[in-house]
Design a protein around this ligand. Structure first.
Ligand code: ADP
Ligand code: ZN
Ligand code: ZN
Length: 709
């Protein structure tokens, strides 16, 4: 719903309600939740007609989050209500609140009593053996649920000031292992790490803090710099958010934060149960946890007095939210950092040109272990008929012989790319989406990777009845089979990692199996290149590196460069000499040439020159409006009417252009390239508001994407 609505508070409610309070209300005859965005002594409406909230819930968001929601609504052409729905406590709508239990913790006096000589009469504090054991347990565990140790005994100790008893959120710990108190300590930092951390700490001390880009090659020890910065922020009594692209794929990062800081770290991510997420949310909201580690949505963590926000692997596309509001976690991080006077640190080995352009750059130019980057060879595939280049096959055979590990990246799931009829040229397309169906041999079906539509593999062409059907290209599944047939043995395992794995846990298991194996190959989509730290990988292979280049997108070069560089970063972390092979149909491509030289600076400089000339971000803002409908003319008409109404200085409006059909709906797109961001967003918002209501009556839905990825 759009806008705000007035409600009348009872005298009792007035005392407990503030901006951010979550209320159970009636709206249009239905029960729903409302968030207080402002308090007013009077209303323009007749007070007799105002309804009173049924209940005030204990899951209030902070006033800052309300302000953030209002900003997000404006910035991403959405509504404050939708933004707030991403921020309130998980499960609040179902009436779930925080669960508290009594927690015991040792006091200073308790510690002193334990340390005092146990000789009877000489110390002021007398302890029975059982009491001594209790205090010792508490010293080891840090804090514990009173019911587990004996509430009555603890109450007697509390009365003597040796322990504290406090109602706290019962945490359904998201981690399989006990976390408890912090255990790990920091290694001595390298000179480059020390310099970078020094700059971050200066900024943390200054308020407002700076916006920094930590540009460090893979394995240069960026995480260690984040840890040092978080420690300083915690010592200053403030809080921190650490964003990572995907927890299930890189559990090590989370683990490093937990083992350094213990229970003060909370995690928010989608693989948790709702109960776990709710507990973690309340731990953050009450200040019991002061560091939030998680993917994109963790940027909305209900923390106050934030001193630091870290965005690790800032180049990752997963920081963009694909639902409404289509927010970019990096931009939200920037807003919150500015609001709190916090320091913003974006880190990457392959930073976006936008970030290099806008932020102060700190560098970690070398790997922590001092090892050189592995050499990268570009292999021309233009005359090859086999999906693997002869040199790749030779390298794999050598690897099996010597017993090492390899990672192979192929950005395409399934068996082959698509099917065609050799007689009439028919291409098998998705009936809903107008994209080629991908063959999956396991299960013998073809599937659409957009909508999930599946059909049996055809015996013959339905158009011309020919039985000669050709399969083109190779997917992860086919490469896996190819490797299994050619190389796989009991000791040389072949592992596949892609979105075919049903759950995040299943993917984590594949990674663990590969890690535990003595030797073998991990083949998969871009997930195999994401931040893993396997010390014994000595060969990296990119199959069809230019596949990402063939997307009609101004970020295609950037993505290709990042993919090759990140894969190279997974390679050669151990003692064995290592190398990277990049198979490509476009060996001359700029992104590949720069990646082969490990030249991130050269690439970014070149890319910025190109973007300036073509007026792409950061030299403009892009806004995409997509209209979709059951009937083709409806989508096109709505897009045309929106196009007409977008008038803003310095904005070029392109389209309407038909897009391929998706999930059975016809789509039409309007694209805005604007030098002046704010007026363009407003102009698009006005145009959509003017056209969308009437269009909705004919089943047209309109979505706006600011800074599309
Ligand atoms: P990045 O985040 O840049 O990829 P990491 O912080 O993960 O790098 O560091 C790579 C590896 O080096 C990790 O195993 C980490 O524990 C280790 N490491 C980082 N800094 C140091 C240091 N100063 N001394 C020793 N080992 C370090
Ligand atoms: Zn045919
Ligand atoms: Zn489809």
């Amino acid at each position: 719903m759009r806008g705000t609505f007035d409600y009348l508070l009872s005298a009792q409610q007035t005392a407990s309600v503030d901006v951010g309070s979550v209320l159970r209300i009636r709206f249009g005859g239905q029960r729903t939740l409302g968030v207080v965005t402002a308090l007013a002594p009077t209303s323009d409406l007749d007070p007799a007609k105002l309804s009173q909230p049924d209940e005030v819930l204990d899951s209030a968001v902070t006033p800052e989050l309300v302000a953030l929601a209002e900003w997000m609504a404006h910035e991403y052409c959405s509504t404050t209500a939708r933004a707030l729905s991403l921020m309130i406590a998980p499960g609040a709508a179902q009436g779930a609140g925080a669960k508290r239990v009594l927690v015991a913790e040792l006091t200073g006096a308790g510690r002193a009593a334990l340390d005092a000589a146990p000789v009877g009469g000489r110390t002021a504090v007398r302890l029975t053996d059982r009491q001594r054991r209790l205090l010792q347990t508490l010293r080891q565990t840090g804090a514990a649920a009173a019911s587990e140790l004996g509430t009555d005994s603890l109450r007697r100790l509390a009365a003597r000031g040796l322990v504290t008893l406090e109602r706290r959120i019962r945490a359904r710990r998201p981690s399989a292992h006990e976390i408890g108190a912090a255990s790990a300590t920091a290694p001595p930092l390298t000179p480059a790490q020390r310099t970078a951390l020094g700059r971050v700490l200066e900024s943390v001390k200054a308020r407002p803090g700076a916006e920094l880009l930590l540009h460090g090659v893979t394995a240069s020890g960026k995480t260690e710099v984040y840890l040092g910065a978080v420690e300083a922020v915690l010592n200053a009594g403030r809080t921190a958010i650490v964003l990572v692209p995907e927890i299930a794929l890189t559990p090590q990062t989370l683990w490093r934060f937990q083992s350094r800081f213990g229970d003060v770290v909370a995690v928010l991510h989608s693989a948790l149960t709702q109960g776990q997420r709710r507990d973690e949310w309340f731990r953050l909201r009450t200040g019991e946890a002061r560091v939030c580690v998680g993917p994109r949505s963790a940027v909305l963590a209900p923390l106050t007095d934030i001193g630091l926000i870290v965005v690790d692997e800032e180049h990752e596309g997963s920081y963009k939210h694909e639902g409404d509001p289509r927010y970019d976690a990096r931009a939200v991080a920037r807003w919150r950092a500015a609001h709190h006077g916090a320091t913003l640190v974006l880190g990457s080995a392959t930073p976006r040109p936008e970030s290099v352009f806008a932020l102060t750059r700190l560098r970690l130019p070398e790997r922590v272990d001092g090892r050189p980057m592995p050499p990268v060879a570009l292999l021309d595939m233009r005359s090859s008929h086999h999906p693997l280049h002869p040199e790749t096959r030779m390298a794999l055979a050598d690897l099996r012989h010597a017993g090492g590990k390899a990672i192979m990246l192929l950005n395409r799931r399934g068996w082959s790319n698509f099917l065609t009829c050799r007689s009439c040229g028919r291409v098998w397309l998705c009936p809903n989406c107008e994209v080629a169906l991908v063959l999956h041999r396991q299960g013998a079906f073809v599937a659409c990777h957009h909508c999930g539509h599946r059909e049996r593999v055809p015996d013959r062409c339905p158009d011309c009845a020919s039985v000669s059907v050709a399969r083109h290209g190779a997917g992860t599944e086919r490469i896996e089979q190819e490797l299994r047939d050619g190389l796989g043995t009991d000791t040389f395992g072949i592992f596949r990692l892609d979105a075919d794995a049903p759950t995040l846990q299943a993917r984590a298991r594949t990674l663990q199996a590969f890690e535990a194996a003595r030797s073998g190959v991990l083949v998969g989509t871009q997930m195999v290149a994401k931040g893993h730290d396997f010390p014994d990988v000595s060969l990296g292979v990119v199959i069809d590196a230019d596949q990402t280049l063939r997307f009609p997108d101004f970020r295609a070069e950037e993505r290709t460069f990042a993919l090759v560089t990140q894969l190279a970063g997974r390679t050669g972390r151990g003692a064995v000499p290592s190398r990277v092979l990049v198979q490509t149909l476009a060996p001359e491509a700029r992104s590949l040439r720069f990646a082969a030289r490990h030249d991130a600076d050269g690439f970014v400089a070149d890319e910025l020159t190109r973007r300036r000339a073509l007026r792409y971000p950061p030299f403009s803002s892009l806004i995409r409006v997509v209209c979709s409908a059951q009937a083709e003319p409806d989508a096109g008409d709505a897009a045309a009417r929106i196009h007409e109404r977008i008038v803003a200085d310095g904005a070029t409006v392109l389209g309407p252009a038909p897009l391929f059909r998706l999930r059975g709906r016809f789509r039409s797109q309007v694209f805005v390239k604007a030098t002046d961001r704010e007026p363009a967003i407003e102009a698009v918002g006005r145009a959509v508001d003017a056209v969308a209501p009437a269009a909705a009556k004919r089943g047209v839905s309109v979505s706006v994407d600011v800074d599309p990825v």
